[in-house]
Design a binder for this molecule. Structure first.
Ligand code: PEP
Length: 251
């Protein structure tokens, strides 16, 4: 059996309150239960509490797409870690490529958010991934190593073993250009080797590494077959129940 599997959907800044609720209701009806697979949805923050209450006691967990690392204070527009918990969220997405590249989030901020997540009993889903120009200059491993090491800086093995990493090559997000299973597997194996240097083999083996970047119902099978791909983080194809159900019910 593969290690803990996670099939996650990032709804980004899409949906209304009503369409978000109806999407999650369809997912609750159609998601087939498996022993070691968890489904996670990341709705827009204003809908998180309502979506989490609809998902209570089900196979679907809820996360928020972003938060600030401070406990509280004069930070207009930000969401505190305790508020994420209070909304019924288990997961927090950290360092998504849109946060890094549209909003200028740095590796140091990612690390502060990872620490804040653990301090508030949230599971961080930490996104890493290289730009196209970095891949073309053969810098993929250097970039991934730096992002992983910085994200986990100061985190002990016990906590690290409960985190989730998502490999999302920036050139594949929202572009329709999915990484081949071989390219993704190579990156996942490399990320796991970096985690192994940091934490040893047992902890590194426990950490699910998800692939994200133009995953669709018709390309997931090849990715899922790879040894180090423990699930997926899906954007566009998670916005409609039919396509996301086909993905989360992949066997
Ligand atoms: C994402 O937003 O994390 C993502 C992978 O998007 P898409 O599936 O649309 O490429």
């Amino acid at each position: 059996m593969k290690r803990r599997e996670i099939f996650a959907g990032n709804w980004k800044m899409y949906k209304t309150r009503e369409t978000a609720k109806s999407l999650v209701k369809s997912l609750l009806q159609g998601a087939a239960l498996t022993e070691n697979r968890e489904v996670v949805v990341f709705p827009p923050s204003p809908y998180a509490a309502e979506i989490a209450s609809l998902c209570g006691g089900s196979v679907i967990s809820v996360g928020m797409q972003n938060m600030y690392f401070q406990k509280e204070g004069a930070f207009t527009g930000e969401v505190a870690p305790a508020m994420v918990r209070d909304c019924g969220c288990k997961y927090i997405l950290i360092g998504h490529s849109e946060r890094r590249h549209v909003f200028g989030e740095t590796d140091a901020e990612v690390n502060k958010k990872v620490k804040a997540a653990f301090e508030h009993s949230l599971v961080p889903m930490i996104c890493v991934g290289e730009l196209l120009e970095e891949r073309e200059k053969a810098k993929t491993e250097t970039v991934l190593e730096a992002q992983v090491k910085e994200a986990f800086n100061g985190i002990d093995a016990g906590r690290a073993g409960t985190a989730v990493v998502a490999y999302e090559p920036v050139w594949a997000i929202g572009t329709g250009k999915v990484a081949t299973p071989e390219i993704a597997e190579e990156a996942h194996r490399y990320i796991r080797s970096v985690l192994e240097v940091l934490y040893g083999k047992p902890a590194a083996d426990d950490i699910p590494i998800l692939y994200g970047g133009s995953v669709k119902a018709d390309n997931i099978a090849g990715l899922y077959a790879m040894e180090n791909i423990d699930g997926v983080l899906v954007g566009g194809a998670s916005l409609e129940a039919d396509s996301f159900l086909k993905i989360i019910n992949t066997r």
